[in-house]
Design a binder for this molecule. Structure first.
Ligand code: PMT
Length: 403
């Protein structure tokens, strides 16, 4: 794809992978992009401004307080003129500064001023990458609309093996191309005017006033989708089971407890929705009878009679009118794709997100997810493991083509 006419600001952080940014720059300019480069002070310990100047054919920007540079191209103008800010490599330090709105060098200042979308490609030691504080900072950036090009796994310059390698230049280039071809253009408010209904979290099916059947769903996947849809301009209603998550800004939240309550609220709001996304782990069974008083133990085994709950998605699939889009999830521990395809058909869905919940670090309650998107034509697109906020963006990229 040609990037002719696209102004890209390439921010280079101080890591050993900074040398790969030279290759990235070469590929961007080869495609016709007009690239200006900002090097952080520590990046200059690894690579020279001269290399980037020769490859970009523009002076390289390094200093927040350089009066000559300021008069030629101020940091405000640098930020204003860019169609995209691409930070590669993004070190743990840079990610932390960006996540906390710091602006103590030229790159972080430009990032704070920029209204253009920001992509960042992390690169660091695997142990650093896995630290909660780094992951929290990454999540903060993703929740604020930054786009990440996932680090790769493999041999790291520090001698360790694992996740943390800067994505290869062609992978970063592909993300940039996807962005300009429309797939990543969140700034377009691509769901403006659309009404989106999402359910999330678990349900509780009470047996007596203090005991219930439930599951470990945290609501994170559904809340990430609600937040992402809102950022794309949609009017979002989120029907939430019992979860401990804050309501995403601008989202209307309706709290429910049981599957029957969740069904009632979803059915009530569905007729006006353009899009429904069923991420909730709705209880499939409920006690046949909920006792009004706490059940006493008597030392003997207890047999519970359960009855199936009504399948919310199935009932919405039957009620679906022309123009409405229905997206479901399939939580599977085996035969992921074939089981998901069956659910897609049975529930009259337009897209199903097949979720392998047999692994502990993805699916229920985890920070990350790893899913396969399957459309009505049976086409399956497996996505790599990534934070739930990033999964939400990819799901919406696919859904946008349907609404
Ligand atoms: O909440 P998190 O901790 O972030 O975890 C996310 C998740 C693992 C819960 C989520 O990614 C997921 O996989 N959600 C679907 C869980 C589920 O119930 O899957 P299922 O295969 O049993 O059901 C298929 C679909 O039917 C789902 O969209 C479900 O919401 C819907 N369903 C199921 C039963 C029922 N009574 N009514 C329904 O609408």
């Amino acid at each position: 794809m040609s990037l002719k006419g696209k102004k890209i600001l390439l921010g280079v952080g101080g890591g050993i992978a900074a040398y790969k940014s030279c290759e990235l720059l070469r590929r961007l300019t080869e495609r016709g992009a007009d690239v200006h480069v900002v090097l952080t002070p520590s990046a200059q310990q690894f690579v020279t401004a001269l290399t980037f100047q020769a490859l970009s054919q523009h002076p390289v920007h390094t200093d927040l307080f350089n009066l000559t540079e300021e008069s030629e191209m101020s940091h405000i103008k640098l930020a204003d003129e860019a169609d995209l800010l691409l930070i590669a490599p993004a070190t743990a330090d840079l990610i932390a500064k960006l996540a906390h709105g710091m602006a103590n060098d030229l790159l972080t200042t430009v990032a704070l001023v920029a209204r253009a979308p920001v992509y960042f490609a992390p690169s660091m030691n695997v142990n650093m990458w896995e630290k909660d504080v780094v992951q929290d900072n990454v999540k903060t950036l993703l929740s604020r609309g930054y786009r990440m090009v996932e680090p790769a796994e493999g041999y790291l310059a520090c001698g360790w093996e694992g996740k943390g390698r800067l994505a290869e230049p062609e992978v970063i280039l592909a993300a940039v191309e996807r962005h300009f071809s429309g797939a990543g253009a969140a700034k377009k408010k691509s769901l403006a005017g659309r009404k989106v209904l999402i359910n999330a979290g678990p349900t509780r099916e009470f047996l007596d006033p203090v005991r219930f059947l439930s599951n470990p769903s945290s609501g994170k996947m559904g809340f990430a989708l609600a937040e992402a849809a809102r950022r794309r301009g949609a009017e979002v209603t989120l029907v939430a089971g019992p979860v401990a998550l804050p309501t995403p800004e601008g989202v209307r939240r309706i709290d429910v407890v049981s599957s029957a309550e969740m069904r009632e609220v979803c059915e009530k709001h569905f007729p006006k929705a353009d899009l429904f996304i069923g991420t909730a782990a709705v209880g499939d069974f409920a006690p046949a009878m909920a006792l009004p008083q706490k059940l006493k133990k008597n030392g003997r085994a207890l047999r519970l009679e359960l009855q199936p709950t009504t399948d919310i998605l199935l009932s919405l699939g039957k009620a679906k009118r022309k123009g409405q889009v229905l997206v479901g999830f399939a939580a599977e521990t085996e035969a992921l794709v074939s089981n998901a395809k069956e659910k897609l058909k049975k529930k009259n869905l337009d897209l199903i997100v097949a979720n392998d919940v047999s692994q502990r670090d993805i699916g229920f309650a985890g920070e990350d997810n790893c899913v396969t998107l399957i459309d009505r034509g049976g086409n399956a697109t497996p996505l790599e493991k990534m934070p739930k906020a990033a999964v939400a963006e990819r799901i919406l990229d696919a859904v946008e083509k349907l609404v």
